[in-house]
Design a protein around this ligand. Sequence first.
Ligand SMILES: *[C@@H]1O[C@H](CO)[C@@H](O)[C@H](O)[C@H]1NC(C)=O
Length: 331
Amino acid sequence: MTSLYFFPHCFLRFLQNQSILSSSCCMMKSFQRCALLVRTLSVFVFFIPVTISVPFILLHGIRDQCSNGGTISFTQLLSNLSSSPGSCLEIGNGEQDSVSMPLTQQARIACEKVKQMKELSQGYNIVAQSQGNLVARGLIEFCDNAPPVLNYVSLGGPHAGIANIPKCTSPVCQLLRTDVYSDYVQDHIAPSGYIKLPNEMSKYLEHSKYLPKLNNERPTERNSIYKERFTSLHNLVLVMFQGDKVVMPKESCWFGYYPDGATTPLLPPQQTKLYTEDWIGLKTLDAAGKVKFVSVPGEHLQMAHDDVVKHVVPYLQNHPSFFLNADSTKI
Ligand SMILES: *[C@@H]1O[C@H](CO)[C@@H](O)[C@H](O)[C@H]1NC(C)=O
């Protein structure tokens, strides 16, 4: 006996195929062979309700990597609590590339990797941390011929950009502060791809190489495919940390941001143009009840265990479905 696992939609298609098969069979000359085929299909196919394990991938943030203890245990914890298989997806060499590799390239690598992972081919869920969310959305929006992303849980993601570059002394940080929209910085420092200075909007729209594209911000370059793909999510969970001092403003984790050219007032997601003009489908998803705006106490990514259980795990858990058991050798 060979066991076949099907998703509900495949199951329906299978039933349809079976009836198509029956009707086209009637036109066939070899009635006997045909009758035998139909009977074999009906006799050896039966159903038992079970659950289907949808795998998840974790995309870590900047200056982190899959082999770090914290990332390993978080992946394991999510897997343990949800009973779903999951793994951390690494991009390049991890920590160093998370800082220096442009996000366009990071998303491209993630896309190629995901397509090679056979276990994801029926669809998968994503949990992403901080900058990893920009890779996650790149996967969802830009990746051609990829398996579908079903649920996407975003933890502290700077979705609408970051408005302040923290005061700092490292050379990387200095470059971000002085010349963020130059080609050199755009091509060598990952966070330059999502720094959106409200008083530099024209430079941002013209020279930023990642976020304007990801958010379909350029009026002449809006891509309906990105929107279509993002809108196909089953659930979008946007977790914001109340004490976040890394993502500024923290409301960016919900797609809230400042109006173009000003640093006040801070607009809630529903009042941004991205939402009202529905550039990427956030409004459509929200209208369908598929967006969860979650606010939790704690600093950036410091999520209490109970909040993980409440806001992350349910979206990784098995979906009740059917187990289709067919003797494929007879088919
Ligand atoms: C996950 O479960 C395994 C097996 O029961 C256990 O060894 C491991 O410590 C658990 N990890 C976490 C982070 O909960």
